[in-house]
Design a protein around this ligand. Sequence first.
Ligand SMILES: Nc1ncnc2c1ncn2[C@@H]1O[C@H](COP(=O)(O)OP(=O)(O)OP(=O)(O)O)[C@@H](O)[C@H]1O
Length: 552
Amino acid sequence: MLNMNSFNKPITNETSNNENISKIQGRGRGFLLKMYQRQSSEKPGNLLSSSIFLTENINNNVVVHNQDLFKRSSFQDCEYNYETPVRSTYIPPEPNENDKSIYDDGISSGIHFEKFDDIEVKVNGKNIPEAIESFKTNNIADQLMENIKMCNFVKPTPIQKYSIPIILSGKDLMATAQTGSGKTVAYVLPIVQKLLMDPQILVKDRNHSEPQVVIMAPTRELAVQITTVVLKLTRGTGISSFVCYGGTLVSHQKNKILKGCHILVATPGRLNEFVQHGFITFSSVRFFVLDEVDKMLDIDSKPDIDKILDHFSMPSVMDRQTIMLSATLPDATQHLAKFYLNKNYLFLAVGIISSASKDIKQNFCMVNRFNKREILFNILKKDSVGTIVFVKQKWTADFLATYLCEKHIPSTSIHGDRLQDQREIALNDFRNGKMNVLVATTVAARGLDIKCVNHVINYDMPLEIEEYVQRIGRTGRLGNQGIATSLFDPDEDYLLVDPIIKILASANQEIPNWLLKLGREAEYIDANDDFNKFGGSDIRILSNSVDECEEW
Ligand SMILES: Nc1ncnc2c1ncn2[C@@H]1O[C@H](COP(=O)(O)OP(=O)(O)OP(=O)(O)O)[C@@H](O)[C@H]1O
């Protein structure tokens, strides 16, 4: 039987019988918990159950974290890959077309929503259509207009003012705007309008189906969220949509896909699986969207995207419309992305490229690896409601969530080793306030639009500045104010000193003296450095390959 006290013993004692001892030295209790489970579960009658954990260790008024963790058999963390994951049998809940409650989950615009209009917008390229000031223009279909009203969208956000006419004009688009500024609607709405204006027969048979729109997202939860936006805007239009993503029962998704859909939202791995089996071909594709394009074209995901775009059935760039968006758009991504776009694509940037939203108050706290956990607890014991805590590793997510539960702070975790139903339950529990804290790895860093997020804490700093911007962007959305607190360990995070200083300066935030000092000591920054020169631009301007550049 497991006693939590055993986790406080030195690691060497805990694992002294284990032949893998050298592997797990330095690991935390979350990791050990799983090792223990693995050992225990091998012995009949010694199964570790959540109820044991519950009764022995947690007071009744505290919600228990990850009961399911104890039932799981597969655990992988970086180099530790003990078992091949089992094929998932999870069937996600079906969206009900008549369920109007989906319209309740959007974030309401905050006090700074009107200030969005003051942000500088740049559009580069030829024949730029005029921006719209209201949704009521461009002959938007009545049913679509009705759906916009149901969403409570009174006027378009700046990215929408420009992207809607651009996409309606048939141009390819690469666009960037700060986190939480309505980029999803910025492409879904004009695509739906175009499908309604020019309907085409849906091609499908018993063996395969051909979506007309493919929207790709890097994470499963984001794909599901995008599908909800699609559902909100397509209600009553006859346009069908489907989301295919990993961690769910393949045969179930296959059957659904073979029924045909106009709009397919997908994560790369599962889509490729269906494409390889011939269940999906792209001959009917009219629109191809890469959301979070910088993530989709990074070293891990690009091969999957290439497979899809190089597929024999995929129409050429001239015969499809390609749209790419992200809040963070490094030059390197632009260099890669231009090969997937028509060469006359338009480049749209709202605000400083890759900058953080000014509605997020960014705090920094210098820590070391030994005092971090206590500092986190001290922050959360004051107020923990609606907090996402980001960590680097999966086991840290489970460990911290368990630790916080022990401290009577209802917490759950989301990371890539949790089964998909567990991930969705964790997210829903956080969304509906059952859990105050969501401890997350990078899987929750991008795109997630959750009403209640007041505070983002970087328990571990990310490796890249883009991820920092994306993580803190889970709060302070749509003109609402939010707080981000980063626990900065100079020994670990020294490479981020310079980019963080620039991000803080570009968002008009106070830069802590210790951070400036660290920057100067490491000679990262020049005393005369103009921090406000942060941000990128359309890469074609540097090479003089764009003929027209207009600024609004
Ligand atoms: N015109 C609008 N008026 C009011 N709310 C809107 C409007 N457009 C979108 N929203 C809402 O804004 C919120 C944020 O939108 P969305 O998630 O698309 O932002 P985003 O820019 O894609 O963020 P991220 O970069 O983090 O992915 C959503 O809750 C959405 O419903």
